[in-house]
Each structure stands twice: as C-alpha cells, then as structure tokens.
Design a protein around this ligand. Structure first.
Ligand code: BGC
Length: 889
C-alpha cells in the first residue's frame, strides 16, 4: 500500500498542508496585538502568538464503541461490513449544494434501504421551512440557567426536526462562546462561561436525542468571530485574503476554556461534532489533526462523527486523515459550489484505491456515522423528508440547483404541536430584570394610558420572513441572522401582546412603532402613565447588515435606540426599557437614568416574544433569569475584541487569544473592572437570602492517568471489494444528474479520474497517518468526555435559600470556585440551579463539585491535576454577590 503514489486528493487542496508547514518568517508583518488584556501566564503568552503552529497528530483514532455506544457500534459494524467502497463513500459526502432538499444531504444506499441523511439547521428550530417554532436562542436558554427547560426545548426541537423528516439537527452551539462581546454568532450558543455552556449543551443534546434526531455540536473550535472565516466570503466583502483567519491559543486556554463545553457535551453523547471554518493555530479547523484526532477523538474519546462546516473542507486526503468523517455540502468553497467537483466523493474512492487513505480510516468514518444514527434510534424513525430548504412552494425542481423535473417538494407539515407554550415559558424565564425602582414592575393592570415606543415592539412591515436569512433589523428582534434563524410560522410582537393585555383590563393603549417620530413621541410620552420602550442590537452570520459584517461594529443600541430611550424618558418619569439583543450592549447610561424605572434584557426570545414579555411585565411570571454574560461600562472593559482588519497580508489573519482564559467575568474580575451588570446578575419581584453553607467532602478513588493502548483498527471490509479501478466506474446505463456528487469514477486512469492536475506530484502523507496498530491512550482520555475519574464527585455543597418577599419566585443560586493559583481566574462558575421558592419558605441549593471542577491543565503531563493552592468555594446570587464562602479542605 505504501508503495503506491499517494497523491491524489491531497494536492487538489493547494491549501491543504498548513498543518505541517512551519512558518519561520516573523518579518511577514508587524506583531499586531489588540489593545486588550494580555494574560500574565507564560504559557498563554508563548502560545497565543502570530503564526503559532499546531502539532500533527496521527493516526486518526478509530471509534471503539465505548460505554453507551457499545450497542450502536455493534449494529454499525455489522452494517458497514456489508458495504461496497462506493456505498461507504456515499455516506461520507454531501451530494452538492442545492442538489437535494436539506441544507446538506449525504448519498444513500438504496440496496439496503438506507436513505440519504438530511442535515438541517438550526440550533433553535427547523430552518428554512414552514409551520415550525422559532425557539428562544441559545443565549436565552443560557439566561434561564434551567437544565430542565433546556432539556425540554431540546426534545421539542428534536420532535420538530424529526417531524419534518430531518436526521440531524445542526446544533447546539458551544463555539463561538463570546470571547469578544461583538462576535456575531455568540447568541446561537450558551454564552462565554464554559461550565454553563457545557451543562446546557448536554441537556439540549440529550433532549434532541430523546426525540430521535442526531445532534451536531458545533463549531470546533475557537470560532470566535465571523470576519475572515471564509476567504471567498471575505473577498466578496472587499478584503484580499486567501485563507481563513487563525485563532492562536495556548494549551491551557484550550483546555480550561474553549474545549471545556465540548467535553461535557461529548460525555452526554453528542452524535456529531461540526468542525469550524477558522484555523486553529494556523491549521484549518476541518483538517486540524491536533484538534480532531488528538483533542476530540483521543482525549475526549468522541465516538460520533466529525462533519465539516459548509465549505469548510479544504482537502480530501489531508482532511480525512486529520479526522474529518463527513464533508458538507460535498463541494468545495463557495465559488466552486456549482462546479460538481468534490475533495471527497469520487476523489475519496480514488484515494482509497491508490492507498492514500487506508480502508480502515474510511470504515471508521462510516462506522461513526452509522453508529450515531443507531445511537439516537434513527433506525426506528419513519417520518419521510417533507420539505425543501430552497423554496416553500409545494412543487419544485427535484434538484434545485439545476432546476430539473417537478416534484412534490413541500408537504407543509405543521410540526409545532403545543410548543408555543414552551417557547413562551422559556421566553419569560430568560428575561433578565436588571433594574426595578420602587416596584415599577410588575405593572398593576390599572395604568390608565400605556404607551409603547420603538420599532423593536412592532412587526417588520414587509413580513416576518422577508429578509434573506433574517439579515436585517426590521421590527421586533426575536432571532439573529444567518443559519441560526428559522422562519416564523407566526410572530407575536410585543405591541400586539401588550395591547391585548391592556384591553383585557380596559386601559387605554397607544404605540409608536418607529424610533424617529420625535414630535409624536414627545407628545405621547408626556401623557403616558407608563412608557414601554423597546430597543435592540442585532448580529449574525455571513451577511452585512447596516455595515455590520456578522460581528457587530459597536456595542451601542441600533437605530438610535439610546436616543429613543433618552427622548421618551425625558418626557415620562416612568419609562420601562426592554432590550432585545444578541449579546451585551452598553447600558450604563440607562441604568443611571432616574426616569428609567425598570430595565429588562429579553435577548432573542423566539416567536412568542410578545406574550413572554407581557407575562413578565404584568407579573404572571416573576423574572428569575440571570445574565449569562457581563455587561461592561465601556467596550474596552472586556479587554478582547474582534479582529476587524487583515493583519497578515493576503495570508491568514492572525487572531491572538492573548488574554487566555480571562474573557468576560474572568477578565473583569482579574483586572478589577466594575461592570454595569455582572455575569450571573438578575433581579426578581421578590428577594432571597442565603445562609447555612455546608461543604461535604466525598470519598473518592485516586485520580490516575489513563494508560494502555487502543485495540488495532478493526477490519470491517468485505473481502470482495476490488482494488481494480475498472470495478469502480459508473454503472452502465446510469443516468447522471449534472453537478451531483457521486462516488464512482469516470475513467480507470486514477490521475484523470481525480481531476487533480497535481496528481502524483505531491507524495506527502503525514507520518503515522496510515498506522492501524494499537495506539496509546491519552492520560486525560479513556472514555467519552475524557478520563472517567474527572467526573467523580469530590464535594457536595449545600446552602439554604429563603424567599424573603411576598410572591413566589425563582432564584438561581450560583457556586463559584477560586482555584487559588497565580494564573487562575479569581472565580470560576462551578455549580448552579434554578429553584422555585414560595414566599417565606426556604429551599436547599445543592451542587456537586466534580473532580475536574477543581483541576488545572498541566501542559507538560498533558493531564488535569489539582494544584497545591488553597481553594475556596463561594455561593450567592451573582458573580459579584457571594455572601457565603468556605475553604475547600
Ligand atoms: C454555518 C453552520 C451551519 C451551516 C449549514 C454554515 O455557514 O457556519 O453553522 O450549520 O452553514 O447551514
């Protein structure tokens, strides 16, 4: 096998080898650093530099069917054993852009009745189809801090995807986390805290799986901005770059921050992981062997499959050897999307035939895919695919990109069930009460004239789905833009819901749904008993909105929102402000404004937004949510920012994560910066007191590094698979759909079958990549999520929480730990719960501290360890209100 020239697909990439090319040219460009924090940890300083490289790690670990995966693996292996080479390739490769009906689809195996897998966005509801719910976005789910609610929503979203005939929901999101508050897509995930993010992503995944669809945990990893994520997209925006930006980060920051939520979610059974567009230490996310082979598959023992982000595959051989298992949508970057070419597909067939890709690696990729399918019970799902991503018309072309035929594309299945209740509940339970002077809220229902102001309270007058990919900020903001935005089957605006409410109690109601009618706004505000001002700040993915290219250009309110608040509040001394935003916005002035009597952050609440905010305003739901991020006084206070201009000529822009683990509250705490509202902050219509902290040490086994070796790569191949290219040609009389990606060859000459003009000229296969012998296990590995002993409960902490007020309410007690070392964050969130407590009653908050929760990453041992520094535990109602504390023995 090694004797055969293994060139084919590797060379097509052109860009394929960043990983093993070492740059030495430090004069390439000046050392560009943010005007931000620089961690003082030497490991971070050394590891977050321009042109940082990523070590090669081969071979790609084969799935072994650990733990809960055993049964699925047994079935998957039996299935894979029956497959021909082409059938295997078919399951790994997308069929092309807009060639089938979902945002991504694999080939199928008709002989065995295995249908093409439908992969569909998004993390908050089925995207680009009708009659679905738009659930609250990830950032709102984070603000609920409710495991149960997130689990239920995961299940409900799974039901809707399944109902439409989707096999895999492309969510949840744990990256971006929100390193910089401006980052455009952070709202899709659970915010900048890795612990909260990991726990909630796990719940979402288990919820989705319980409904029988696969999850896709995305994006791995350090995808912390939209700018420069794809060269072609950037070129369209006017930047001349040839490679995606590189997130340069060190080993400690990787483990203690960005990889952390992946560990929890993989432990919870994530079916797939989507790799990211950005490079990680100058190696593309989807062919980064360190990230995929080493971190995800070896250290975190991931048993599912890695799917590329769309057009995030940069090579054939290099990517599959580096751990990619499925390439989507099958075609290369966007400018090539209608080329009918693929790094995978037939090129993967070539690569196996010429020995570049060992059969065991392809078998492993397919086994992982089929195992994930069994793992969530797809073998028992019988809902057929019922919609098309590309049109809502009932009839349309079978292959949308080429416009052929006319088939029944959309059945218009209504899959919402009674989910509007859940959307509404989660909308209300994710609304954070930031300010409430003298009981301005809840409203009493006795207000004589209620006045609502702001475009953000009303509809988009062109319709709720009128902007492509929701890339516009028109009307109320209930979801951001891009692949995280499903279409609204209905959208209850705040204006409608509040008006309905007021008419129930017979008050008067007027609204002005533009931010710019100054005179009318002044007049109405003067007359109103209460003025409700709705303002927003939007962001998203891929498209430009008001000059914001996905990432926000600033943290102020959009469409003159700050001016609107000033205007209304200068005429009405009882002004209540509701903020819809994708992340933090600057609120200090509004906080200080005495005429603003109440302030709420409502995030992106989904399609019941109006009902949800009305429930809170009128006290049917007592707000209990807490901020899942910090709201700083000034933009610079975060000490991190998006890289807005290329800094490496036409080569990959370099984003240096020099602040290390000190993002969001960890940075504010370390640098002693007072925020407007801290991480974990949120008020209620009642108040809670904290007492009686109890810390119990639990008996545990010693932590020992995982040792030993894997088995050898299993041989799952049929004995009759021919290595003769003549047996892998298109079947005779096959009627080919133009541009469709097929696994067959069009000639027996592998060089021309590959379509690769460099075929044979580049013989580099990374050392060890083809080795199928038993491989050493990572010390921190050994099971999904990592070394099982990391999850042992080492302490249980309890505290008494008492509702001191007159009404029932939810409190979210939070547990923080200080690890005590010189380079540690002052506080790390390590426990939380959401408790409903009756007035005058107490509840016990109980949190289990896992061993990993008190550990640091040792870059030399490549394992977790408990440092010798004194550790303390704190419990309270926010990251800066921690009345209870104890030393951990
Ligand atoms: C996004 C992914 C999404 C995919 C498919 C990409 O541009 O980054 O999050 O799942 O498109 O729509």
């Amino acid at each position: 096998m090694h004797g055969i020239i293994p060139a084919a697909v590797l060379a097509i990439a052109g860009l394929a080898q960043a990983e093993w090319v070492k740059f030495n040219n430090s004069d390439l460009f000046p050392d560009v650093t943010y005007q931000g924090f620089q961690s003082d940890n030497p490991v971070t300083i050394a590891g977050s530099r321009n042109l940082q490289d990523s070590p090669p790690k081969y071979p790609s670990p084969w799935g072994e069917g650990h733990g809960e995966w055993a049964d699925a693996y047994e079935k998957a292996r039996a299935f894979v054993h029956q497959l021909t080479l082409e059938e295997k390739v078919n399951l790994t490769t997308g069929t092309g852009w807009k060639m089938d009906r979902c945002v991504g689809q694999t080939g199928s195996i008709p002989r065995l009745g295995f249908h093409s897998l439908c992969l569909q966005d998004s993390p908050n509801g089925v995207r680009l189809t009708d009659f679905v719910s738009v659930f609250p976005s990830g950032v709102n789910l984070a603000a609920t801090w409710s495991r149960e609610l997130v689990h239920s929503i995961g299940h409900a979203m799974g039901e809707e995807h399944r109902g439409k005939g989707v096999d895999m929901q492309l969510g949840p999101v744990v990256g971006p986390m929100g390193r910089a508050p401006e980052a455009g897509r952070s709202w899709e995930g659970f915010g900048p805290d890795p612990y909260l993010s990991g726990i909630l992503a796990s719940e979402a995944i288990q919820g989705m799986h319980s409904a029988g669809v696969m999850s896709s945990l995305k994006h791995a990893i350090a995808y912390e901005q939209g700018h420069f994520r794809l060269p072609y997209e950037s070129v369209e925006m006017g930047w001349n770059i040839t490679a995606p930006y590189s997130s340069n980060l060190d080993d400690v920051t990787m483990h203690e921050l960005y990889l952390w939520p992946f560990a929890d979610a993989i432990r919870a059974g994530a079916a797939s992981v989507m790799c990211s567009y950005n490079q990680v230490n100058n190696s593309n996310g989807c062919q980064n062997s360190y990230v995929l082979n080493h971190l995800i598959k070896n250290e975190l023992g991931f048993q599912g499959f890695v799917v590329s982000d769309w057009y995030g595959t940069w090579s054939g051989v290099s990517s599959i050897l580096a751990g990619l298992d499925m390439s989507m949508p099958g075609v290369p970057e966007m400018q090539d999307q209608y080329s009918g070419r693929s790094f995978w597909g037939a090129n993967l067939t070539v690569a196996v035939l010429n020995g570049s890709v060992p059969t065991w690696r392809l078998d492993d990729a397919v086994t992982r895919i089929v195992a994930a399918w069994y793992f969530v019970g797809r073998d028992e799902a019988n809902e057929t695919l019922s919609f098309s991503t590309w049109t809502k018309d009932t009839y349309g072309p079978a292959h949308y990109a080429i416009g052929d035929g006319l088939i029944h594309l959309n059945e218009h299945r209504d899959v919402r069930g009674n989910h509007s209740n859940l959307v509404r509940e989660a909308g209300a339970k994710s609304t954070v009460l930031l300010k409430n002077t003298n009981g301005a809220l809840p409203l009493t229902g006795k207000e004589k004239l209620t006045a609502t102001f702001g475009e953000d309270a009303g509809p988009n007058i062109r319709g709720p789905n009128s902007c492509k990919q929701h890339a516009c900020d028109e009307g109320t903001l209930a979801v951001g833009w891009g692949s995280g935005a499903p279409d609204f089957a209905s959208l209850v605006t705040p204006d409608t819901a509040i008006q309905n409410e007021v008419s129930k109690f017979g008050g008067a109601y007027e609204s002005i749904l533009t931010n710019y009618a100054s005179e009318q706004i002044d007049t109405l505000a003067r007359r109103a008993d209460v003025a409700l001002v709705f303002v927003n700040s939007d962001s998203g993915e891929g498209q430009m909105v008001a000059n914001n290219y996905g990432d926000r250009n600033n943290l102020t309110l959009w469409k003159g929102g700050d001016e609107l608040v000033k205007r209304v509040s200068s005429s009405c001394p009882n002004t209540i402000v509701v903020v819809h935003s994708t992340g933090p916005v600057l609120l200090e002035e509004i906080k200080q404004n005495p005429n603003v009597t109440a302030l709420l952050w409502a995030g992106l609440p989904g399609d019941q937004t109006g009902n949800a905010i009305t429930d809170v305003l009128y006290g049917r739901v007592n707000p209990g949510a807490k901020l899942p991020f910090t709201v700083g006084v000034a933009r610079k206070d975060w000490g991190t920012d998006v890289l807005y201009a290329p800094n490496n000529g036409i080569l990959a822009p370099q984003a240096n994560f020099q602040e290390g683990i000190f993002t969001d509250y960890r940075g504010f705490d370390k640098h002693n910066i007072t925020p407007t509202y801290e991480f974990g902050y949120g008020l209620s219509y009642t108040s809670f007191s904290y007492s009686n902290l109890r810390v119990t040490k639990r008996p545990v086994r010693e932590y020992t590094a995982t040792q030993g070796y894997t088995s050898a790569a299993p041989n799952l191949s049929r004995s009759d698979v021919s290595s003769n290219p003549a047996n892998h040609l298109f079947p005779s009389n096959f009627s080919m759909v133009p541009l469709y990606i097929y696994p067959w060859l069009n000639t027996t000459d592998l060089a021309s079958a590959s379509g690769d003009r460099y075929y044979g000229s580049n013989e580099f296969i990374p050392p060890g990549a083809q080795d199928s012998s038993p491989q050493p296990l990572a010390a921190a590995g050994g099971a999904p999520g990592g070394n099982p002993a990391l999850w042992d409960i080492v302490y249980t902490v309890e505290a008494t929480i008492t509702n001191e007020g007159e009404v029932e309410g939810d409190e979210i007690p939070q547990l923080y730990i200080s690890l005590g070392g010189p380079y540690d964050a002052p506080l790390l969130l390590r426990g939380f719960d959401r408790l409903s407590i009756q007035p005058g009653r107490s509840s016990t908050f109980q949190a289990d501290i896992r061993r990993k929760d008190i550990m640091n990453w040792d870059t030399v041992a490549q394992d977790w360890y408990v440092s010798g520094y004194q550790k303390k535990v704190y419990v309270g109602s926010s990251s800066r209100n921690l009345p209870l504390s104890a030393t951990l023995a």
